[in-house]
Write a protein that binds this ligand. Sequence first.
Ligand SMILES: [Zn+2]
Length: 469
Amino acid sequence: MPAHHSRRLVCAVVSFMLPTLCLAAWVATPGHASPRVRNIVIMISDGGGYNQAQAASLYRYGRPDALVFQRFPLRLAMSTFSADESGATAGYDPFAAWAEFGYFLRNATDSAAAGTAMACGIKTYNKAIGVDLARQPVENILERAEKLGMATGVVTTVPLSHATPAAFVAHHPDRGAYTHIARQMLMESRADVIIGCGNPLYSDDASLVPEEKRDYQFVGGRETWDALVAGTLGGSRGFEDADGDGTTDYWTLVDTLDSFRSVAAGSAPATRLCGIPRVRSTLQQARGGDRQADPYVVATNTGVPDLALMTQAALAVLGRDRDGFALMVEGGAVDWAAHGHQAGRMIEEELDFARAVEAVVRWVERHSNWDETVLLVTADHETGGLWGPGTGGPEDDQPVFNPLENRGQGRTPGLEWHTGGHTNSLVPLYAIGSAAEGLPAHVVGRDRVRGPYVDNTGLASFLCRRLGR
Ligand SMILES: [Zn+2]
């Protein structure tokens, strides 16, 4: 790709197995304004705030900031608040947030409103999937990319029709309408890749369930599933042709671990790829056993891919499009573990997410480059109010926010949960790729602790501008 970027990102990645390497550096080079970026990858750790990432890094490396994305060259914060049904927003106050302990517990977004903000660039009400306050559909970034001839896809560790992937593909006033949303995603979108859980035939432990216990809601109902299995599921009228070649594109269903591996290795189907691993609600987090156990103490589900493999499969398909692609990848169960105050499983999920980020970085370095591809890593909101031991404060006094307690590599750090729900805390926003230089222009404030932050709606504006042309 051309050298006409005003700055050029020189990446010194040697191997992501080494935790200490210097990832990249910004080097100024003369030139013109950035052209359209070719590939966009946005990766969302659902519920993954600063301390979720730190907990995972402490466990894996014995250091709080050694995950691949924590070392990306551009590191900002992001506000996540949503609107209420009247359209009012409480906003984020970078001073009150640290002056009053209860502040971050109020006015939290859900994943639907947050996903819609990032995908469509609007503040909307909790539960809204790609619709505004008047419940009207708003174009999302993947639809914009489709219009430009790009390939698009979503990948998640939770059901494919869950809030975050739905917000990037579908439009519905209520996130809970899974059957309807899944049908929209599969039959009324032009997405080329949809990968996520929700397999009706399998349990949370990845074992076959008897017929009477099958639940088809996450995949759009029994009829949709049967057509998917038969290879006869295409788009509804007007959505038959996902890639614009004039013929109907049917979904190819991939569900076994081996088939995910072979797609990732390059034997991608000629048509659209729908990946639904053989497990119900999430790859690993919802499995049985002691949910409070330390990471990996309870044997993990076998026969299912991890997020990295599913992401590699998506990249193998999307990477073939000459016009580039836009891909959203979600680590969806970080949030679920955090709701349940399951520190061990939260760490497992955040590390699974980090490995998927590593897989994207490797793909870019092998098959693309950081001038034509931009990678954003963020969260839709923080879940659990996760802090170090001794955090808190009386309402009338200066609160204390303690860091997680490092207990060394392979050990769960000392931590405390302060809510069973979401918080209005800022979340991290990390970026790599030349195009990321445009991100600081979207900064809307400066936080006392986290530094400059953009708003989640700014992410959509930034991406839209990157797609410009
Ligand atoms: Zn949640």
